[in-house]
Write a protein that binds this ligand. Structure first.
Ligand code: HEM
Length: 425
């Protein structure tokens, strides 16, 4: 770098508090911001925010310079629920010790061991889906994915009653986390939320108590429990609970969205009905990424190298106290990175596809050390669900208008009921 870095605050961007404009139409707002540059400073309700489109800067923030980033404001509420669980944990030593434990059974090869159980659950759920009359897809898929992730954690301790406890807690947590985006009153928690959390903690505590010491079981709860006595694991019983709640929350709605949007896209584009399930999943995650924006707090001044068109001035300072916002869903629909970006074209993911594809610009599971620890599990589950769904049913979506995602929710979930009609093949 030839010159002193320029502060992000001095780069081109719209003046004044942008919260209302942003909230009115987030996707369009973020897309249009790009005309200012590849890093754009905005004020979001008093939070100084750098919106980042530059792929090199994204790599610096997520991959290389972890010690400069911390938990973003949007995670405050989830942190109350997930505690020290991986997602909201930014104490890097503690996080790394935990991450190693949890990543092992979820690795690319080890996860295949869960394949048979996973497929049995998927088939048993699909066999309950009603044919003939229109039904709501999201509720059906939610049950399927909840069973799959809860089985990963608790296997044989998972009863219908437990499913109900977990499902209620998940919907209470989502409602509470989304009720007050500005976090004005984080201590106000509705009685129904408190009751659902107490029931969830009671269930998890009961499962852990019942596991025989020395033989806690081979599911994720058992593996975590076994680690409690190991000196380097940095895990106590509260930590096991936090990781269990984190895995449920992280692994449930994200996969639900993926399967729902994939089925919706296949229904609206019958010409791609036979596309490889993995390409369908990749293309769905591009058009409807469950994590559609990612935030980080900058906790220590960070200078990033950013190509702003003038070679003598590449260094940009992201000062401590700022937040970074990466708008994944805007990047994934950028024509410079993905040819014919608005179209559902699963074949674009084939190695021999002539369509231009910027792979660096696609990271639905994030990039860097904090990337999704459930990635292999999620891809296996979503791909199997699509494959098995297609083998069993023909379908059509009943709403002629395609859905969009909920942009102020915990994840980019469908913004309306998804009516579907199914016929047995
Ligand atoms: C298609 C489905 C999924 C998508 C698109 C997805 C995406 C992501 C993304 C983008 C992150 C990073 C969040 C951040 O740091 O801001 C993340 C983290 C995480 N995901 Fe997933 N996820 C999916 C499914 C799952 C599943 C099935 C599980 C568990 C079985 C899971 C567990 C986690 C956990 C524990 C983290 C935190 C990792 C860490 O901070 O070390 N995810 N996921």
């Amino acid at each position: 770098m030839n010159t002193a870095p320029v502060s992000v605050a001095q780069l081109a961007g719209p003046a004044g508090d942008q919260f209302e404009q942003y909230a009115a139409a987030p996707f369009e707002y973020l897309r249009d911001l790009r005309s200012h540059g590849s890093i754009v400073p905005i004020d979001l309700g008093g939070v100084r925010t750098a919106v980042v489109f530059d792929l090199g800067v994204i790599a610096a923030v997520f991959v290389d310079r972890l010690e400069h980033v911390g938990r973003p404001l949007v995670f405050e509420r989830l942190a109350h629920v997930m505690g020290t669980g991986l997602i909201t944990n930014y104490d890097w030593d503690l996080w790394l010790a935990r991450r190693k434990r949890i990543a092992r059974p979820l690795g690319a090869r080890t996860v295949r061991r869960l394949h048979t159980r996973m497929c049995q659950i998927i088939d048993s759920e699909l066999s309950r889906w009603p044919t003939g009359e229109p039904v709501e897809l999201h509720d059906l898929v939610k049950r399927l994915t909840l069973r799959v992730v809860a089985d990963l954690l608790f296997s044989d301790d998972l009863t219908e009653e437990a499913m109900e406890v977990i499902a209620t807690a998940v919907s209470e947590i989502h409602a509470w986390a989304e009720s007050d985006p500005a976090n004005a009153d984080i201590d106000a928690r509705p009685a129904s939320f408190n009751a659902a959390m107490a029931a969830l903690d009671g269930y998890i505590g009961g499962v852990l108590d019942a596991r025989p010491p020395g033989n806690p079981g081979g599911d994720m709860a058992g593996l975590l429990l076994a680690a409690v006595d190991e000196p380097d694991a940095r895990l106590d019983r509260r930590g096991v609970r936090d990781e269990a709640v984190t895995l449920i929350l992280a692994g449930h709605e994200t996969v639900t969205n993926t399967i729902c949007f994939a089925i919706d896209l296949l229904g609206r584009h019958p010409q791609h009905a036979g596309a490889a399930a993995r390409f369908v999943v990749d293309e769905t995650l591009r058009l409807y990424p469950p994590v559609h924006v990612t935030n980080r707090a900058i906790i220590k001044d960070l200078v990033v190298d950013c190509d702003r068109g003038t070679p003598e001035a590449r260094g940009v300072l992201l000062p401590a106290g700022w937040e970074v916002l990466v708008p994944e869903y805007v990047i994934y629909r950028d024509a410079k990175c993905f040819e014919r970006p608005g179209e559902f074209l699963p074949q674009r993911w084939a190695d021999d596809s002539p369509l231009h594809l910027e792979r660096r610009a696609y990271f639905p599971f994030l990039t860097g050390p904090k990337f999704c620890v459930g990635r292999h599990f999620a891809l296996l589950e979503a791909t199997e669900a699509i494959e098995r769904f297609r083998a069993r049913f023909r379908h059509e979506m009943t709403d002629p208008t395609p859905p969009w995602g909920r942009e102020f929710a915990v994840s980019f979930a469908p913004d309306r009921p998804m009516g579907i009609r199914l016929w047995e093949r």
